[in-house]
Design a protein around this ligand. Structure first.
Ligand code: SF4
Length: 357
């Protein structure tokens, strides 16, 4: 595996710059696209990730395997929920897609969006062509993402001007329309971030993320810190965005939110995708097939309320075989070999699929 050093991501909060030339990379074959039942035409992926890995080089020469060999496609109108415990690599994966990794990171693999390999593109291409235009971001900490000394209107207006080219009256109207799209109240537009509740800051950040109408939206823990009602409203807004034909990668540890929004679910454990499956099958019948994924659901208070024993392994000291073995009730000697993701599950002894009717 060849690793590339991370770019020096010196960007503004939204990573925007004036439009510029595109540095296209040669596309690689992806897995076969499913047929759209309405048109019988294949739906091309908006994002195609192959063998994405991220390593952090620490002082003393130690390597942290934050993400290993992640592969998935994301198509228009589809929401993929990337779930797992804190520290499993979800947000590092999102940062890699936006070129926002720190300088001690290296990446390997490929992530194609609109013909651009997001892992190989230079900072100029990412700033001018990708961030906000091809890939929008709803950030993990909206209040930290907003500029504290400028009103929401000012920040939204600047983003609208950069991404749409609107001026004067059209700019004012487009700014207010952008706020309305994220249900941000017009009478709060002249407030500063510190004058907003957590929910309104979330809506402001969502409004900024939606301005460019990017084909792909990354939502990194967009419901953190919100009460259940606001979680549902935020998730429903994002779902509407996907239903309008955009691809949505929602990174979350909130399984209730994932169940509400997702078409498919990818479960990460110790930096690897260990289950990738249809959301209805995952949350309903037959349920997760990977023991860790099943444990995540069983830990929910509304289910068995049975926590997974033990702790995740250190990403700098992973075992050679399955990283879940020390916590798994199904482990055998076969688990000393790393299981590949096969038919949506990376496990030597997955739970059975439900018998077909
Ligand atoms: S590979 Fe083995 S240890 Fe890992 S989850 Fe499956 S059964 Fe458990």
């Amino acid at each position: 595996m060849t690793h590339r050093p991370a770019r020096d991501a010196k960007t503004s909060a939204h990573g925007l710059a004036a439009p510029g030339p595109t540095a296209d990379a040669a596309p690689v074959p992806a897995d076969p696209a499913p047929q759209d039942p309405g048109t019988a035409a294949p739906a091309e992926p908006v994002l195609s990730v192959r063998d994405l890995s991220v390593r952090f080089r620490m002082r003393g020469g130690r390597d942290i395997a934050a993400v290993s060999d992640a592969s998935f496609d994301l198509r228009p109108g589809e929401c993929l929920a990337l779930v797992g415990e804190s520290g499993c690599g979800k947000s590092v994966l999102a940062s890699a897609l936006l070129g926002l990794l720190p300088r001690n990171a290296t990446t390997a693999g490929q992530a194609l969006a609109g013909g651009i390999d997001l892992l190989a593109a230079d900072e100029r291409t990412l700033a001018r062509t990708v961030r906000g235009r091809r890939v929008g971001l709803v950030p993990q900490s909206p209040s930290a993402h907003l500029t504290p000394v400028r009103t929401v209107r000012s920040q939204l207006r600047e983003t609208v001007r950069e991404l749409t080219g609107a001026r004067k009256t059209a700019l004012r109207q487009a700014t207010e329309a952008a706020a309305e799209r994220a249900a941000f109240p017009a009478d709060h537009l002249d407030r500063y971030p510190h004058q907003l509740s957590g929910g309104l800051a979330q809506r402001a950040a969502t409004a900024l993320a939606l301005v460019g109408d990017a084909p792909l939206l990354l939502a990194d823990e967009p419901t953190t810190g919100l009460d259940r009602d606001l979680v549902d409203r935020t998730v429903d807004e994002l779902r509407r965005h996907a239903d309008a034909g955009h691809a949505l990668l929602m990174i979350t540890h909130d399984l209730a939110a994932a169940e509400r929004i997702a078409d498919r679910v990818a479960v990460m454990y110790a930096g690897r995708v260990v289950e990738l499956t249809d959301a209805r099958a995952f949350f309903g019948t037959p349920g997760p097939r990977h023991p860790y994924a099943r444990g995540l659901l069983d830990a929910l208070p509304e289910r068995a309320f049975a926590p997974i024993p033990g702790m995740p392994p250190e990403l700098g000291d992973l075992p050679e075989g399955c990283a879940f073995a020390a916590r798994c009730a199904r482990t055998t000697s076969a688990c000393g070999t790393l299981p590949a993701l096969d038919a949506g599950t990376a496990c030597h002894h997955p739970h059975e699929e439900a018998p077909r009717a």
